[in-house]
Design a protein around this ligand. Structure first.
Ligand code: NA7
Length: 560
């Protein structure tokens, strides 16, 4: 039975990635009539593809996917999955410590199939607007065709990195050959074989791409604006026997993730950099550097991210590792970041990235010295050189965190626009709700804990599901946060960010995207405090019977 027979659905969910899939499962378990809308033609979110219809700049291509060469986890595969079902853990076997995109997508598809999720999913459907209707305590959504759908509760599960951005460079549409963003990769095999390729960007995506395509391109020219600190991923295959061992370790793995600052498997060292002797320090640096995954970042001394001198020491250590791998010292210096310290931006992980620059057919262009003037019909024109390419790749990142919200016309009480609500800075309550947007819950919305995202997703979906269950049981028709709650939470989120070196650096994590007019300045877009603290605060709200939320019961509504 539906909560309200006048509505089409009890719950609507935007997005069929991991957040949307798990939300659907939980809503179904509550017996609620639920539907998921997804722009792409299948489930899996980031690990599938995003937009088929909304092409504007890669219009020459018919089928593209977020499947660039080398796309894979930088987190341990077995920490990047759902933990709630023993059956899932028993059935699924990983073949690599850091799974590639294919394997992760297969996991998402397996998950959807296992719980028969597709029957409540509507693909190739872009939600364009979501408006709150005060008279009926409900949401009305409309899709790209103008079709509308109504519901009591709305869950946004749109992901934090899916609205890709092209560089704001003159002539970006002028190039006559294939030019595409990494997340819209054309699927024809061998696209790059023997070709003259130019790539703009040196973020996590570019690094994964470059180290893979260096093997097949004719020539590769890398346009770098800001070098990133990157360190070896050290990926290996998982044998059957090893997988059995991992399976036995799952409870410990998930507990470690829960206990750690950002939900990762690695525990930070409790010592500070200058608490130990230089010999001990060097030994610890070597040890974590030799390990796989984010160990160099997350198992570092406790003050890596807060103490400038401590950070400088480890940065120098990594710089020397980089120098050892590059033949030309001048190129090595260009690839070593000078204006920010190790770990103050998301640390991309690599396997053979630096060696690409030892290849005679790979060229590094530092665009600070030699700026790009424009994209031309034949390639890229810089101040000093006119490059001709067969293909241009834009590894230029995303309109992160808020981009997917800006793409939908969200209206709350009194027609208030969500973009207006956030125009002077993001404000939320728990990162899960927004003032004057009743019955709307955000999974991986701003001011929420991100870190190891599937861990954060699992928590956020559970919190929201528990709250919706409470509303259903109590006959609550509207639930919303208070101004007081929002102010307190926003202040807390800002407090958590104080003293972190990462907040002194431009990156998508500090809300900066130089290609977007409204994102030139740093903001606090994510929860920077420890994940256990984030969860404790949300748990407290639940334990208090959600006293900090304003709720209206059905009986209140019908009262004269
Ligand atoms: P990122 O990390 O945002 O990287 C984008 C890269 O593109 C970065 O090197 C940018 O340089 C560069 N960029 C962007 N615009 C331009 C222009 N106009 N000119 C030159 N260079 C430009 O995106 P990714 O896709 O690599 O990674 C995003 C996340 O996805 C990643 O953290 C993972 O968690 C998954 P900049 O640094 O801004 O100078």
């Amino acid at each position: 039975a539906k909560l309200d027979s006048s509505l089409d659905y009890d719950v609507l969910i935007i997005g069929a990635g991991q957040s949307g899939m798990y939300s659907l499962l939980r809503m179904r378990q509550l017996g609620l009539k639920t539907r998921v809308f997804e722009t792409g033609s299948g489930e899996g979110g980031t690990w599938f593809w995003q937009v088929l219809r909304n092409f504007n700049w890669d219009y020459r291509l018919t089928e593209t996917r977020n499947k660039y060469p080398g796309a894979r986890f930088d987190s341990e595969s077995y920490s990047y999955i759902f933990s709630f079902s023993q059956e899932l853990l028993d059935e699924w076997n990983w073949t690599e410590h850091f799974a590639g995109q294919d394997e992760t997508l297969r996991y998402c598809q397996y998950f959807a199939k296992k719980f028969d999720l597709q029957r409540d999913m509507q693909f190739n459907t872009s939600i364009k607007s979501a408006h709150w209707r005060e008279d009926s305590n409900s949401w009305i959504l409309s899709d790209h065709t103008g079709k509308t759908y109504t519901c009591r509760f709305l869950i946004t599960a749109m992901g934090i990195l899916n609205k890709s951005t092209l560089p704001a460079i003159p002539g970006v549409h002028d190039f006559k050959g294939p030019a595409f963003h990494t997340s819209r990769w054309p699927q024809e095999e061998g696209t790059l074989n023997g070709k003259r390729v130019g790539i703009i960007g040196t973020g996590a995506t570019a690094i994964q791409t470059i180290q893979e395509i260096k093997k097949t391109v004719g020539t590769l020219t890398v346009f770098q604006r800001t070098p990133n600190w990157t360190a070896p991923l050290r990926n290996t295959k998982i044998t059957k026997q090893e997988m059995e061992e991992i399976r036995k370790q799952y409870p410990t793995i998930f507990q470690n993730c829960l206990d750690s600052y950002a939900c990762f498997i690695h525990q930070s060292d409790t010592r500070k950099t200058f608490d130990v002797t230089p010999e001990e320090r060097e030994k610890h640096y070597e040890e974590i550097y030799s390990q796989a995954g984010f160990s160099k970042w997350l198992k570092n001394f406790a003050d890596l991210g807060t103490d400038r001198e401590a950070n400088k020491l480890f940065s120098t250590f990594v710089a020397n590792k980089i120098r050892q791998r590059i033949n030309d010292p001048a190129i090595a210096e260009k690839l070593i970041p000078k204006n920010h310290g190790f770990g103050t931006r998301r640390v991309p992980l690599e396997g053979g990235y630096y060696e690409a620059f030892n290849q005679p057919n790979v060229k590094l262009v530092d665009i600070n010295e030699n700026p790009i003037e424009r994209i031309t019909e034949k390639g890229i024109k810089t101040k000093d050189e006119d490059f001709e390419f067969d293909i241009i790749i834009y590894a230029t990142g995303f309109d992160a965190v808020t981009g997917s919200f800006a793409a939908v016309d969200f209206r709350g009480i009194g027609g208030k626009k969500l973009t207006d609500e956030w125009s002077d800075g993001i404000q939320t309550y728990l990162g899960l709700t927004v003032l004057d947007f009743p019955n709307m819950f955000m999974i991986m919305g701003p001011h929420q804990m991100f870190g190891n995202i599937p861990r954060s997703i699992e928590y956020a979906v559970s919190w929201v599901a528990d709250f919706i269950e409470y509303c259903v049981k109590e006959g609550i028709v509207t639930a919303e946060c208070t101004k007081e709650g929002v102010d307190g939470w926003t202040e807390h989120v800002h407090d958590c960010a104080k003293g972190l070196l990462s907040n002194e650096v431009d990156s998508w994590m500090t809300g900066v995207n130089k290609n977007i007019a409204g994102k030139q300045k740093r903001t606090i877009a994510r929860y920077n405090g420890p994940a256990p603290g984030y969860r404790r605060r949300c748990d407290e709200v639940k334990a208090s019977g959600y006293k900090t939320l304003m709720m209206v019961k059905d009986v209140d509504r019908v009262r004269p």
